[in-house]
Ligand binder design. Structure first.
Ligand code: WT7
Length: 651
């Protein structure tokens, strides 16, 4: 636990007086639960509304009738909140500092005035090509300012964007274009990252073969590399932006009109298009960004996530820009050209807030502290971690070597579906415990439920699955085109509660410790992946008869991907085939889904009714086969011996 005097020292050392003392922070929490309408009505004032809301909260978690509305009669424009109002007061303030993958390339500084112009140009191009309010636009881009311009350009005219991570394959991209029925894909020629490049445009070409021929493809020329152009379909966005007017008026958008769709993996079937709307989402993203990080106007904010994930949406684009922040956007990776890159960037741009992920911290920890220790990190005031549980060893290393033993580490627990933080400390108000995301944010009412009985656990010290008892403004509203799936996934297990899919422990002090997913979702390097998705990619290969995928503990990635594969009769299990299957999954889903270990299995452990017993597969993958428990219900207990004998993880 970080002691009070240490916290006090941190406050002194950074010269940041907390805006809100600890007591005031917890008083606000109590107030937020006591009278949500009043509390969130006041919080709405942080946004600039065209027509301010009079109805604040209108939500139901009741199965069959799940409906979530916040600020429903208010109207606003998200892009005007993130840009225009800052241009009016501080046009020359830098909105985005961009640091290229190549450390020798010049960085870019984009002021709020320039942000307005560039965003407006894209809005005008979209409009000229017939994009209207409510139309979907897929954004498949590198980590460059144009990606933020494109998102804000959609928001400006009320088009709904769906950002697809640049590491996804053409097939994954095509699925998302088709599921959202997008009119346009915005992409770039190439995406440099870690000294390599992803051919985004040619991936988009491959994806579009599986899509309606009405879908247009707009291309930013980023590297200037050679690409193929399809006349009539492809649009040179860089060129059209140059010719387009630099102002576009913003549309009046309902608070409950969708802002974006973001696809995320679940335990079953294809990825779900999680829908976030405009007013509540923006209020929540900007509030959490300001309060949980004690964000001040002159701070330089850096979140190392990719804009393709929700963290990039809420804490690179929408939250910080709504707050008028200066945001650093980084195209590269932590370990290229060397393991000092993050710290070079912090020093170069005098970053005050550094927000990253456990997997990045662990990979840097493995390279040794000398990569950090040689840098001047005196600009830093605060550290953040998000995406998966952080092991105390990594927390301590981060705190010690990056935070010099002084800086608060904000462990923020949340999900694509939650829009912003659910559980996280207040930087100067919450005594920290390494590995715990600590206590709930304003308006969040976590409950721990016994998974077996469905009973809500009232005791402080307890363990179970994590649910949330009431709505908050940043919550997702539905799954695109499938509200039944939304209800079924999140509201059917425990009546009246939102089910997070995570296990958790609550200690005697009321601190929450997330223990990881309790469903068939993996968290690999902070990337969420459904085992079902990887299995269906594997069985799509002509040599594969059956596949089962589970996670296993991995030192750097948190979880690794372990695939058990049964081959078609007559197919030989060779090393070459193993490589082929790895490449296959990369192509089907993307590099992040490549199995770390593939075990060829003549048979999988199944119950007599044919259900694969994953519990057993997980144990073997964890190299913990001494305690398999009862296997007498298996149709053929003999398969287990073979699986153990040929297991791939012997570490
Ligand atoms: C899952 C959500 C929104 C953050 C980026 C990932 C895990 C996230 C933490 C944390 C422990 C965490 C959970 C959650 N997770 N943050 N601070 N401590 N676990 O968003 O892809 O929707 O994944 O990430 O398991 O359910 P996502």
């Amino acid at each position: 636990m970080m002691l009070d005097n240490e916290l006090h020292a941190a406050r002194e050392a950074t010269g940041t007086a907390a805006k809100d003392g600890a007591q005031a922070y917890y008083d606000s929490y109590t107030a937020s639960l006591a009278d949500p309408d009043r509390f969130w009505g006041e919080q709405a004032r942080r946004l600039t509304w065209i027509s301010p809301p009079t109805r604040i909260k209108n939500t139901s978690f009741e199965k069959g009738n799940v409906s979530i509305k916040w600020y429903e009669d208010g109207t606003l424009n998200v892009s005007a909140n993130c840009i225009d109002r800052h241009v009016a007061t501080n046009p020359d303030k830098v909105a985005i500092i961009w640091e290229a993958d190549n450390p020798k390339a010049p960085s870019r500084h984009i002021t709020y005035r320039e942000l307005l112009e560039e965003t407006c140009r894209i809005s005008n191009v979209l409009k000229a090509h017939g994009v209207k309010k409510g139309d979907r636009v897929v954004i498949y881009m590198p980590m460059i300012p144009e990606t933020a311009f494109a998102m804000l350009a959609c928001a400006r005219i009320g088009a709904i964007h769906s950002v697809v991570f640049g590491g996804f394959s053409p097939d994954s991209l095509a699925n998302r274009i088709n599921d959202s029925d997008a009119k346009v894909v915005i992409t770039a020629d190439f995406a440099p990252r870690g000294g390599k490049t992803t051919p985004l445009k040619s991936n988009a070409d491959a994806a579009l073969l599986h899509c309606s021929d009405k879908v247009k493809c707009m291309v930013i020329r980023h590297t200037g590399g050679q690409i193929h152009w399809t006349p009539g379909r492809d649009i040179d966005l860089t060129d059209e932006m140059r010719k387009a007017p630099s102002y576009c008026s913003y549309a009046e958008i309902g608070a409950e009109d969708p802002l974006f769709i973001l696809y995320t993996s679940g335990s079953t079937g294809k990825p779900k298009g999680v829908v976030h709307t405009s007013g509540g989402y923006l209020a929540y993203a900007s509030l959490t960004h300001e309060v949980c990080f004690d964000f001040q106007p002159d701070d330089i904010w850096w979140c190392t996530a990719d804009v393709g994930w929700v963290t990039g949406h809420s804490y690179i684009v929408y939250g910080p820009l709504a707050n008028g922040a200066t945001v650093l956007m980084f195209e590269g990776i932590p370990t290229w050209p060397d393991a000092g890159r993050f710290w070079d960037v912090v020093d170069k741009h005098k970053v005050t807030h550094f927000h990253s992920a456990p997997t990045a911290i662990r990979s840097l920890m493995a390279q040794g502290p000398e990569w950090v220790d040689g840098h001047d990190l005196s600009s830093l005031k605060m550290l953040g971690t998000v995406g998966e549980p952080i092991n105390p060893e990594a927390w301590n290393w981060y705190h010690q070597h990056v935070g010099k033993g002084k800086l608060p580490v904000i462990d923020a627990y949340w999900q694509t579906e939650t829009g912003g933080h659910l559980i996280c400390p207040h930087p100067y108000g919450t005594p920290l415990k390494p590995g715990s995301a600590t206590t709930p944010f304003w308006g969040i009412k976590p409950v721990v439920v016994d998974a077996a009985t469905g009973q809500v656990q009232e005791d402080m010290g307890t363990e179970g699955v994590l649910c949330i008892a009431d709505s908050w403004p940043g919550q997702a509203r539905t799954v695109w085109g499938d509200h039944a799936r939304f209800e079924d996934t999140y509201f059917s297990q425990y009546p009246g509660l939102y089910f997070t899919g995570d296990g958790c422990r609550r200690d005697e002090d009321g601190y929450y410790w997330i223990t990881g997913r309790v469903d068939d979702v993996l968290n690999v390097s902070g990337h969420r992946m459904g085992t079902a998705e990887i299995e269906s990619a594997l069985v799509a290969h002509e040599c594969v008869a059956e596949a089962a995928v589970v996670g296993f503990p991995h030192d750097i990635k948190g979880q690794g991907i372990y695939a058990y594969v049964s081959l078609m009769r007559g197919v030989e299990p060779t090393e070459e085939l193993r490589k082929q299957l790895e490449t296959w999954v990369r192509q089907e889903i993307g590099p992040i889904a490549k199995p770390d270990l593939i075990q060829f299995a003549p048979g999988l452990p199944k119950t007599r009714s044919g259900k694969i017993m994953r519990r057993i597969l997980r144990k073997i993958a964890e190299n913990d086969h001494g305690t398999l428990g009862d296997i007498s219900t298996l149709a053929d207990p003999g398969v287990v011996d073979d699986l153990i004998a040929n297991r791939m993880n012997r570490g």
